[in-house]
Design a protein around this ligand. Structure first.
Ligand code: ATP
Length: 597
């Protein structure tokens, strides 16, 4: 969470400064907007003189011609103000949208490069809220609040000067009232800021909760938890509402106090000024102009008060975004990466590797791993659940770096290679393939964005996916639904295999890639994989030992350690754990076969 809760107000506003760097590329638009703003503020102030002219030369002088002339002047002035306001509003809002769009891009660009463990510590809903809610807040700052504050400040200063010129005694009255209005701003502004931050994080909670439920709607419905989830979600919404209510209360107090104080002061002024007019010490027009300026001054102070609260809210958003933009990925790209020749076969070696997940620094997920995988060989990783097989894959792809030891690709440490080179040469088919909410083309082409349609179809054929894709309502153009919900598990896997085939990697990582296939498609896919594995270094995580008995090397893992390794025959003869695993699986398979016979 941001530390801006503890910031002093000035410091909080200072945390908005980094936005300036996002405005810089559009400095000409910003300067034009400021110029228009300056002109309209001046024009606004001159309306007061128009009012004075209308009253004194029109009404009081009793001249119809002068009244017409005065009103015409006033209309011209007001028209100019309208045109100026149009330009100011357009330019400022444009700037707000542009800048918030750029900030969104910067945040997203940052997020896609962050180390995966960051996402374990930070909930996706909170990140989404930074991308959307926080950036929207900044948009309103750049697009409206800032210009409102500036315009109000100009009008405040100009108005006070005009007041001084018009009537000194009354102005002194106004000036003593202005600091009075600042008192509630100070008191309530701070509370508003604190509460708004809580509000933002409560809203993030809501979206995280809803996101999770929507994603797992089938689990919710099959356990008939709809009512429970409705209540729980309702609770989250109420929590957010209560925080928002407190924040609104403070803001309402703030606005009400400021308005009461300023308009109270204006009433006193009217009384004092009215007495002066009655006694002939000033003209009616002067009093009219004076009140006009006094109202403008009062409104400016009220606007500044409101905007101040908003600026404080946005300061929280800005500091959270900035925090995110400043995070360095823990997976560092090599400073001077060693070149990597594509197309060469790759040997892999783990040398004394120890690894602890950041969230579990006390228990080793991998301990003392020594493993050598020659070029072009097939190595199977087997072992009970939680043995560390998937973790080995994670380290190979550098989603995490080991705390001790080295992993080598052709005698280069992984950390010495460019991340993109490293990941380019690896193709992963996970146990639960990830598909994007798009069509088949997009999902297969993810393996190689430059591939032609023919290459995509060829890959699909080799993965035995072409036939079922052809039968989809719109063939390769069929939309697969969010996360590919419109496909069966086996179909998803074949799409993932086609994707890996298209990538044509030097190292293949298969996580029980054929687990979701029926016997017939497994036979075909296995054939495709066998062909694919030729001349590639392949690591397979296998839960079903039958699929890997032909592997060049089988590595038996348990509790983060390699306990045995060898061929199927070696291990059957030597490894107790392997024998046990085999007995369990082959017995079960025989039992199943017997029972279905
Ligand atoms: N992101 C994570 N954060 C913390 N601990 C993790 C994380 N992922 C896995 N672990 C832990 O690391 C250990 C090894 O897990 P891993 O997923 O590598 O096992 P596995 O052999 O692939 O198991 P399975 O066959 O069930 O997939 C387990 O104890 C697991 O709880």
């Amino acid at each position: 969470m941001s530390n801006s809760n503890n910031q002093k107000p000035q410091k909080a506003i200072a945390s908005l400064l980094p936005i300036v760097s996002f405005v810089k590329p559009y400095k000409w638009v910003a300067m034009l907007a400021l110029l228009v703003l300056l002109i309209t503020a001046g024009l606004n102030l001159s309306i007061g003189q128009g009012v004075k002219f209308v009253i004194d030369s029109g009404f009081i002088a009793g001249s119809k011609a002068q009244l017409t002339q005065a009103i015409t002047g006033l209309v011209v002035l007001i028209s100019l103000v309208a045109v100026g306001t149009f330009c100011r509003f357009y330019l400022m809002s444009w700037l707000g949208e542009r800048v918030s769009g750029d900030i969104r891009k910067a945040v997203f660009n940052q997020i896609v490069h962050l180390h995966p463990s960051y996402f374990e510590e930070n909930r996706s809903g909170e990140m989404m809220s930074r991308l959307t809610t926080d950036t929207t807040l900044l948009q309103s700052i750049v697009g409206s609040s800032f210009s409102m504050a500036l315009r109000s400040s100009l009008v405040l200063i100009g108005g006070l000067i005009m007041l001084l010129i018009t009537n000194l005694k009354l102005t002194l009255l106004v000036i003593t009232c202005v600091p009075l209005t600042l008192v509630p701003i100070m008191i309530f502004g701070k509370r508003v800021r604190k509460l708004s931050e809580n509000n933002q994080s409560a809203i993030a909670d809501i979206s995280t909760y809803a996101g999770e439920i929507i994603q797992h709607i089938k689990v919710v419905q099959s356990y008939t938890h709809e009512e429970k989830e409705k209540q729980a979600f309702g609770g989250e919404v109420e929590k957010a509402f209560n925080v928002a209510r407190q924040s609104i209360k403070q803001r309402s107090f703030l606005i009400a106090a400021v308005i009461f104080l300023t308009f109270g002061a204006i009433s006193i002024m009217l009384w004092v000024g009215g007495m002066d007019v009655l006694e002939g010490r000033m003209t009616g027009g002067e009093l009219g102009a004076f009140i006009f300026y006094a109202i403008m001054v009062a409104m400016s102070v009220a606007t500044i008060a409101e905007v101040y609260g908003e600026l404080q809210r946005a300061a929280g958003a800005a500091s959270r975004l900035l925090e995110l933009l400043q995070i360095d990925s823990e997976i560092k790209n090599a400073a001077n990466p060693k070149p990597m020749q594509h197309g060469n076969e790759i040997s892999i070696a783990f040398n004394q590797v120890d690894f602890y997940y950041p969230s579990r620094p006390d228990s080793a997920a991998l301990k003392g791993i020594n493993l050598s995988i020659p070029k072009g060989k097939i190595v199977a990783l087997v072992g009970p659940s939680g043995a560390g097989k998937t973790t080995l894959f994670e380290l190979l792809q550098r989603f995490y770096d080991p705390q001790k030891g080295d992993i080598m690709f052709n005698s280069e440490a992984l950390t010495q290679l460019a991340l993109t080179d490293l990941r380019h040469c690896m193709g992963m088919v996970p146990q639960h393939p990830v598909l994007f909410s798009s069509n088949v083309w997009h999902n297969i082409r993810y393996g190689n964005p430059d591939a032609s349609d023919e290459q995509v179809i060829e890959a699909a054929k080799r993965a035995h996916a072409h036939d079922f894709i052809e039968q989809l309502p719109e063939g390769y153009d069929s939309f697969l639904g969010e996360q590919g919900v419109r496909l069966s598990g086996g179909q998803k896997q074949r799409i993932a295999i086609a994707r890996a085939i298209l990538k044509d990697p030097e190292v293949l990582l298969l996580d029980e890639a054929t687990s979701a296939l029926d016997a017939q498609s497994e036979f075909h896919v296995q054939a495709a994989l066998n062909e694919l594995m030729l001349h590639r270094t392949t690591l397979i995580i296998a839960h079903r030992l039958a699929t890997v008995t032909h592997a060049d090397l089988i590595v038996v893992m348990d509790k983060g350690k390699i306990v045995d390794s060898g061929t199927h025959q070696d291990l059957l003869a030597q490894s107790e754990l392997y024998q046990r695993l085999c007995e369990l699986q082959f017995d079960k398979a025989q039992t199943v076969n017997a029972s279905t016979a």
